[in-house]
Design a protein around this ligand. Structure first.
Ligand code: NAD
Length: 335
């Protein structure tokens, strides 16, 4: 039996991992706490840890995990911006789940856009109160509008296909464009100027941090909607809030937030809000915030549990790790 500990685990994680772990010969301890240098001690006497998007995998944590005998970190997510890969190099191997369900994320982005556009979230509340007024619910037709997609990888491409179904025009920005006749690749600046909706589907790297900032926002149309289902720090949140307050853009759909680690996935409803920017964003009638839930479908949770267990089994069996991620300073690199 290999002993695994799963950090930042919720009821739904346990449900999907519990279905399969026994068949892999794994015994699992589920911890609700996030992984931090302090909580890394809980990994002692385990053979592996499983971590998620808001776990702290800084050098301090990695060093302590290593001292506690951990040689493999299995991320149960695609992004790995929270891992100090340089610190892990040569000590602890890191694997991830590269594509558990790009459909889940692309479809959530669409759900948020439709909600913000047609105000169904507010209509639901009104009609429950027998208020059938339509005031301030005027939306726009998606057909004919231009959507600018930043990052045309797995999720971006699925998002594009759905948008095509609405009859939207597509433009995109990606330093690694794909050969697709229906996508008009533009510079980032041109995309910002041209798009009615801008949707982020690129990873968080040093090049993409605050890719949406005061300057790029200043190029956008007055009716632009910004959609972020990727990583919070792609957007400079204070610049976004300024733009919303001064009505420079139409609205924002945010599944992720720059400083989400302290809030997302927790019930904070009895706490005094500690983050003014987040509180003001949530308060705006033209902003929708969801709690990093774009991945949350049955299919994605099934794939996450299976791929994570496969990654760990391959490590324990000494096999090649096809989902391994490497530091930029490593000779083995991934894009
Ligand atoms: P992917 O690797 O398939 O695609 C990413 C694309 O971004 C690639 O085409 C790449 O060339 C492009 N890119 C890289 N640098 C860029 C830059 N500077 N500007 C523009 N484009 C750039 O990844 P994916 O599976 O499509 O996932 C995209 C992101 O979605 C992930 O990095 C992750 O952060 C996020 N994500 C969020 C959730 C969620 O629940 N909200 C779930 C899964 C993934």
């Amino acid at each position: 039996m290999k002993k695994i500990c799963i950090y930042d685990s919720k009821r739904y994680d346990k449900e999907y991992f519990d279905k399969i772990v026994e068949s892999y010969g794994f015994e699992v301890d589920y911890y609700e706490t996030k992984l931090t240098p302090r909580t890394s001690v809980l990994a002692r006497d385990h053979d592996a840890i499983v971590a998620f998007v808001n776990d702290d995998l800084s050098k301090a944590t990695i060093d302590r995990l290593y001292d506690n005998g951990i040689r493999i970190i299995a991320l149960r997510c695609a992004g790995y911006n929270n891992v100090d890969l340089d610190a892990a190099q040569g000590k602890i191997r890191v694997v991830r789940v590269p594509d558990y369900s790009p459909y889940a994320v692309a479809e959530h982005a669409i759900a948020m856009i439709l909600t913000l556009n047609r105000k169904t979230h507010r209509a639901y509340i009104r009609t429950r109160d027998f208020n059938f007024s339509l005031n301030s619910f005027v939306g726009f037709d998606m057909k004919g509008k231009t959507v600018g997609v930043i990052g045309t990888g797995k999720i971006g491409r699925i998002f594009i296909n759905i948008c095509k179904g609405f009859g939207m025009k597509i433009c995109a920005y990606d330093p690694y464009p794909i050969d697709e006749p229906d996508i008009e690749y533009l510079s980032l600046e041109e995309l910002c100027k041209k798009s009615d909706i801008i949707s982020l589907h690129c990873p968080l790297t040093k090049d993409t941090k605050h890719i949406i900032n005061e300057k790029t926002i200043s190029l956008m149309k007055k009716n632009a909607i910004i959609v972020n289902t990727s990583r919070g720090a792609l957007i400079d949140s204070d610049a976004l809030l300024d733009a919303l307050l001064s009505e420079k853009i139409r609205g924002a759909c945010l599944d992720v937030y720059e400083e989400e680690t302290d809030f997302f996935y927790e019930d904070m409803s009895n706490e005094i809000p500690k983050d003014d920017t987040l509180a003001r964003l949530i308060y705006m009638p033209n902003v929708i915030v969801t709690s990093h839930q774009a991945f949350l479908t049955h299919e994605a949770l099934t794939n996450i549990a299976e791929t994570t267990c496969n990654n760990l089994r391959d490590f324990f069996d000494g096999k090649e790790l096809k989902n391994e991620v490497f530091s930029n300073n490593s000779s083995k690199n991934v894009k």
